[in-house]
Ligand binder design. Structure first.
Ligand code: DGT
Ligand code: CA
Ligand code: CA
Ligand code: ZN
Length: 583
């Protein structure tokens, strides 16, 4: 792959175009210019081919919304690493103004007003001004905007600097592919928290086995996705790639690969327990191998080449990385009691998705075809209820049209089935957002909270468990409402939610949305242990987002979930029967 194709993927280029649009508006230029750049950015994010390839083949003109000036900017970014227009604009706009845009509720016009009147260029200054109610005295800024700004700043402070699982996965995959192609690294593996599919990732760890480390390191530090080199050593180097993500690479001898992979996969707590277990057998375990105590200096390892061998020498079955958190997995491996974890291949369908009829991007027919191509037996479309009006919820007439549309699709796609469902809002007072006679028209009803997150714990618990007790509700979606690195979960008694799920037969969702991964892993395990039924969904708003099922299943596996606890590993009849049994 050419160097730049890796440095500037479509998302990175779209980001620059969006920033050009922001800068144009900050500068006060004709808003239609900005609109052009934003439309192009959106259309680029939807492309299925790399821009670098399209540019090479002189096909940029074919991209919808990309005119000559945007095309020129794209070409400049691909060939020189930056766009002239972008650089000029950055020079013309006071530094700091772009920072203000990171605060939700502050668009370019608002940022401009705030800067012109108060000369504010940092988030701290902005917070102070909002606290002192100095913002609402400015033209076109209302008290509500000021509240929004304070809330968004609080959310920004939530960020711990850890990355979301899917971002880390994407960056790691690019690096692994690069090292395979350019350094011929064959025995290469992702380790660390990413291999354990933890919900957020501190840094990416990659382990390569090679008897000569030098050429691998050489290639690694020249990787096009790198922004900065933090440390460069003979067998270990660390770099920063886009979005500030750190990658640690270790090169180990072939004979140590198993021991090294085990060590760098962690978790640290898991490793500590393993080392203790080894010592009791007069063995020493480190990143180079498993040795008889006293023999490590002579380099006489017992086994080290594969993880399986190391675990076996310790009297353990191989432990899936998702379980390596010192939460009882070592005892389970000792006594042959490791769970038979659910796998992606067990999933028969997706029961929480959206279309362009509410806040999704793609039509139902496309979603259904993609689901069928994934090998699913069914797909439930669960567009929103009218709710807060925010997502263009479905009216009664449209529900009728949807049922007809699904029936038609089911003729074409049989035996694949489109199930017409809804994601119904649970209002602040606990009432569902559709009357019962409307709810009865759906075969799947997921209930969820999308508003009044600050309710007291008792009220929120009653609100959610009340909805779960409704005879027409099949599942409770994203039960904690958390948004990773953005919003804390709301206060809710999850033990009561689990009890209610068991008592009423309501499924508890594991939502695979990259910011959600909700229900969280430790609660998944409790729910399953006590006998609740889970449902793992993508919450896709576009065809490619159906792949978020991966992360849903990975999270379920971290919660020790087996296929038998997951409703959508069952066939269509069982899924529909679960619903009918409750009528
Ligand atoms: P992260 O990066 O914060 O998401 O979490 P990890 O688990 O990837 O942690 P990281 O990158 O610091 O180290 C990768 C693995 O290396 C870790 O899971 C276990 C191993 N490791 C690192 N430091 C130590 C240590 O001091 N003792 C032991 N036993 N293992 C360690
Ligand atoms: Ca790590
Ligand atoms: Ca690390
Ligand atoms: Zn949804």
């Amino acid at each position: 792959m050419p160097r730049d194709a890796l440095t500037f993927d479509n998302d990175a280029i779209a980001k620059v175009l969006d920033e050009i649009a922001d800068l144009l508006e900050l500068k006060g230029e004709n808003v239609f210019r900005a609109v052009t750049y934003r439309a192009a950015a959106r259309s680029i994010r939807d492309l299925r081919e790399p821009l670098a390839k399209l540019a090479q083949e002189k096909r940029l003109k074919e991209i919808p919304k990309v005119g000559p000036s945007v095309g020129e900017a794209i070409e400049q970014i691909i060939t020189t690493g930056s766009s002239k227009r972008h650089q000029e604009l950055k020079a013309a706009v006071p530094p700091g103004l772009l920072t203000l845009l990171r605060v939700g509720g502050v668009g370019p016009a608002t940022a401009r007003t705030i800067y012109d009147h108060l000369r504010i260029t940092t988030i701290e200054e902005l917070e102070e001004a909002a606290r002192d109610h100095r913002l609402q005295q400015l033209p076109k800024i209302q008290a509500k905007t000021e509240e929004n700004i304070l809330r968004s700043i609080a959310a920004l402070k939530q960020r711990t600097g850890r990355s979301l699982l899917h971002e880390a996965k994407a960056a790691a995959t690019v690096m692994v592919e690069y090292l395979r192609a350019e350094a011929g690294a064959e025995r290469i593996a992702i380790a660390g928290s990413l291999r354990r599919y933890k919900e957020t990732i501190g840094d990416i760890d990659i382990v390569v086995a090679a008897d000569d480390a030098a050429p691998i390191m050489e290639t690694f530090v020249r990787a096009p996705s790198i922004e900065r080199i933090l440390a460069r050593g003979e067998t270990k180097s660390s770099v920063v790639v886009d979005r500030g993500l750190q990658i640690d690479l270790r090169v180990v001898p072939l004979a140590s690969f198993g021991a090294a992979l085990l060590y760098f996969t962690g978790s640290k707590e898991h490793n500590v327990r393993l080392r203790g277990l080894a010592l009791r057998r007069k063995l020493l375990l480190n990143e180079y191998g498993l040795y008889r105590v006293g023999a490590e200096e002579r380099g006489q390892e017992i086994v080290s080449a594969t993880e399986e061998e190391v675990y076996a020498a310790l009297g353990l079955a191989w432990i899936p990385p998702e379980l390596r958190e010192d939460r009882g997995e070592i005892d389970a491996a000792q006594s042959g009691a490791l769970p038979n974890l659910a796998a992606l291949a067990d999933v028969r369908g997706d029961l929480h998705t959206h279309t362009n009829w509410t806040d999704g991007r793609d039509p139902l027919a496309d979603m259904a075809r993609r689901a069928r191509a994934k090998g699913y037996a069914y797909l439930a479309v669960t567009d929103h209820s009218p709710g807060l009006g925010m997502t263009n919820g479905l009216s009664l007439e449209r529900i009728g049209a949807r049922v007809a549309e699904a029936a038609k699709l089911n003729e074409d796609l049989a035996p694949f089935r489109v199930i017409v469902g809804t994601e119904v809002d649970i209002r602040a007072n606990g009432k569902l957002d559709y009357p019962d006679e409307v709810l009865a028209k759906f075969d799947i009803v997921s209930a969820s909270v999308h508003s009044s997150f600050a309710q007291p714990r008792d009220a929120m618990t009653a609100r959610i468990t009340g909805a779960m007790r409704h005879p027409l509700v099949t599942a409770i979606s994203h039960p904690t409402g958390r948004l990773l690195e953005k919003r804390e979960p709301y206060a809710v008694d999850l033990d009561a939610v689990i009890d209610t799920a068991i008592a009423t037969g309501t499924w508890i969702e594991v939502n695979g949305g990259p910011e959600r991964l909700d229900l969280p892993d430790t609660w998944i395990r409790k729910a399953q242990d006590r006998g609740a039924m889970l449902v793992v969904n993508s919450d896709a708003h576009a065809i490619e987002e159906l792949d978020r099922m991966d992360q849903g299943i990975e999270t379920a596996r971290r919660g020790w979930a087996t296929a038998t606890s997951i409703a959508n590993t069952q066939g269509l009849d069982a899924v529909l029967a679960a619903r009918k049994g409750r009528r």
